[in-house]
Design a protein around this ligand. Structure first.
Ligand SMILES: Nc1nc(=O)c2c([nH]1)NC[C@@H]1CN(c3ccc(C(=O)N[C@@H](CCC(=O)O)C(=O)O)cc3)C=[N+]21
Length: 288
């Protein structure tokens, strides 16, 4: 058996076409969704991601400002900038690219972003609302994953979802969101005993640990759904996931590739959250 590939690139393009119409309707009402992205320092990978976000925004009519700050920016300066953006009525969404330099307290930065503009869904208020199953900004990568599963009509209810990785931006929230959809969820991480045995029980396996080819076919139950969240840049420059695609796809029923899998969906959900923020601010709805 060879798995069906879930092409995140194609799905992302389809969704963005639909969102473009949404944005057009908003601009007819004089509302241009605005996403402001802040990056501190000059990490080349981070710069390339945020430029990608800006390009993707413009393509569908979202206004996006990129604020590039030097590595030496102080914690207070960054908080001050965020406070200014919070009170700027034209700004609907604020994203501070992570990771931040070591001298800046990431938690405080996230907590300074207004929950109404928290398009990343990282603010403790957004997380609390997610846990309480209230309407909120859901974090982009997990939301992109759920959107892929739904698009393929993959049942979540009652399934055993195993999440490998417990980061704030992917592992923890995707587990909670799958639980909210009535999956049985197991979290695994670096201290998990008998890891391979646990992984082999997964109907839905979410891999987000940042280790190239960590998961192979021997960890994948026949017919499982494998979601590869890894973004690893190899020395020769190629981008690869956390899953050995060849061997895993012999076992899986569905699998996401890297690139062209979860990554493009993440950016699409950021655009979706920005549109949501613009609608909330103006208390409007559109046809779709
Ligand atoms: N506040 C914050 N929010 C984030 O959402 C956030 C962040 N910080 N820091 C870094 C990570 C990483 N991330 C990616 C998004 C899209 C691709 C993506 O589109 N990747 C393409 C390939 C792009 C390429 O070739 O470099 C793909 O997988 O096909 C990758 C990585 C968002 N992050």
């Amino acid at each position: 058996m060879s798995a069906e590939i879930i092409n995140g690139r194609e799905l992302a393009d389809e969704l963005r076409e639909r969102m473009k119409e949404d944005v057009e309707q908003l601009s007819e009402q004089g509302i241009v969704p605005n996403l402001t992205v802040i990056i501190v320092g000059e990490d080349p990978a981070s710069l390339s991601y945020v430029r990608g976000k800006k390009r993707a925004s413009h393509k569908i009519g979202i206004h996006s400002d990129l604020i590039e700050l030097p590595e030496t920016t102080s914690h207070q300066e960054l908080l001050h900038l965020i406070q200014q953006l919070n009170s700027n009525d034209e700004v609907h969404g604020i994203l501070v690219q992570l990771p931040l330099p070591a001298h800046i307290n990431e938690d405080e930065v996230i907590e300074t972003i207004s929950p109404d503009k928290d398009v990343d869904g990282f603010h403790p208020i957004s997380i609390g609302r997610m846990m309480a199953q209230k309407d909120t900004f859901l974090p982009c990568t997990p939301l992109g994953i759920l959107t892929m599963l739904d698009e393929k009509n993959i049942d979540i209810e009652g399934k055993h979802a195993v999440v490998l990785g417990r980061s704030r931006i992917v592992g923890k929230p995707i587990g909670q969101m799958l639980l909210n959809r009535n999956a049985t969820v197991t979290y695994c991480h670096s201290r998990t005993k008998d890891l391979a045995d646990v992984l082999r029980q997964a109907d839905i396996l979410i891999v987000a640990i940042g280790k190239p080819a960590f998961i192979t076919g021997e960890h994948v139950k026949k017919g499982a759904v494998v979601i590869d969240v890894g973004i690893n840049r190899l020395e020769d420059g190629t981008l690869t996931g956390d899953v050995d695609f060849e061997s895993a796809s012999e076992q899986a029923a569905y699998i996401t590739p890297v690139p062209k899998g979860v990554g493009p969906m993440t950016i699409t959900m950021l655009l979706q959250n920005t549109i949501k923020a613009a609608k909330l601010k103006n208390q409007v709805t559109t046809r779709s």
